[in-house]
Design a protein around this ligand. Structure first.
Ligand SMILES: [Zn+2]
Length: 308
């Protein structure tokens, strides 16, 4: 809902304007604020995870897409249109500048950079040909046989997103939980609401578990000891699979899972090293895990009332 309201407002005029970096940054911040409100990830949770959970592109990427589509729109306008003739003249100028290596700041050169970034530099030309003389939609999406520009662009955007995740300390765990790019289905209204937020926070390692807090505060400054059971290294796995504090709730969760998951698969999963990440990512057991998380965090917060 927030996205529906915000996006047209923020992207209005994006086709032609070149926003200064600080302004783009400000818009990105507003978008992230909305994203945090939807996912429940706190202010210090990874921004790249907020975008990942929602399947949102950055504002910069959205603006680049709007510009590329507008470029195609201009290219295919009839020659009788004034704006098309201006486009042609500007592109001729830009071409000359480029060949003479005397590039002046202009919309046309911004377009060249964008298309180059996405590996479609061959698209930077004013001429219509058999392939590009189609509607914006067709050019972007392609048709059954021929692939559109979209495919290359989105592939590149995904690569960039993955690279950004991998640069984060908490990125490795997040990637174990995040199987593919796109909006996560668990963000729907099914199941426990509080459990949903805890699920997002556990996936992004943005929950106040002792081992996570210790990794944030550096060595020696905090203990990774679980204040519920006293064992060291209280992380996601500890809460989901090990801690004595939630034994009864866990038994209920496991019994419910066993009733819905294929028995052979469940047997394999139980010995898997990544069972915790599976619990935080499987669609099949989504509501069961949300319920457990709500219960476990209620118990935990009762033990440790002062933690955030
Ligand atoms: Zn414990």
């Amino acid at each position: 809902m927030i996205e529906v309201l915000l996006r047209p407002l923020l992207e209005y005029g994006y086709e032609v304007t070149i926003l200064p970096k600080y302004q783009q940054h400000q818009i990105e911040q507003q978008m992230m604020k909305a994203g945090r409100a939807i996912t429940g990830l706190p202010w210090n949770g990874m921004g790249v995870a907020v975008r990942g959970e929602l399947g949102w592109r950055t504002m910069e990427e959205r603006s680049e897409v709007a510009k590329m589509k507008y470029f195609q729109h201009l290219r295919t306008l009839p020659q009788t249109r004034l704006i098309k003739r201006i486009f042609d003249i500007r592109m001729d100028d830009a071409n000359k500048q480029w060949n003479a290596q005397r590039v002046k700041r202009s919309w046309c050169h911004v377009m060249r950079k964008i298309m180059d970034k996405y590996g479609i530099a061959e698209e930077w030309k004013k001429e219509k040909d058999e392939r590009n003389n189609v509607t914006v939609n067709r050019w972007w999406n392609g048709n059954g046989e021929e692939k559109g520009v979209k495919e290359k662009v989105e592939k590149k955007q995904e690569e960039e997103w993955k690279k950004e995740v991998k640069e984060k300390t908490k990125g490795q765990y997040y990637m174990k939980c995040k199987k593919e790019w796109g909006e996560e289905e668990y963000l729907n209204e099914e199941g426990d609401r509080k459990g949903r937020v805890w699920k997002a926070r556990m996936r992004a390692s943005a929950a106040p578990l002792a081992a996570i807090l210790k990794s944030e505060h550096g060595r020696g400054k905090k203990s990774s000891r679980c204040m519920v059971c006293g064992e060291i290294n209280e992380d996601q796995k500890h809460m989901l699979l090990v801690c004595d504090g939630y034994t009864q709730e866990r038994e209920t969760m496991m019994a419910e899972i066993a009733a819905v998951v294929d028995p052979v698969e469940w047997k394999r999963l139980q010995t898997s090293d990544d069972l915790d990440a599976w619990l935080l990512s499987s669609k099949e057991v989504d509501t069961i895990v949300k319920h457990f998380l709500n219960q476990a965090w209620t118990i935990r917060n009762f033990h440790i009332p002062k933690e955030p």
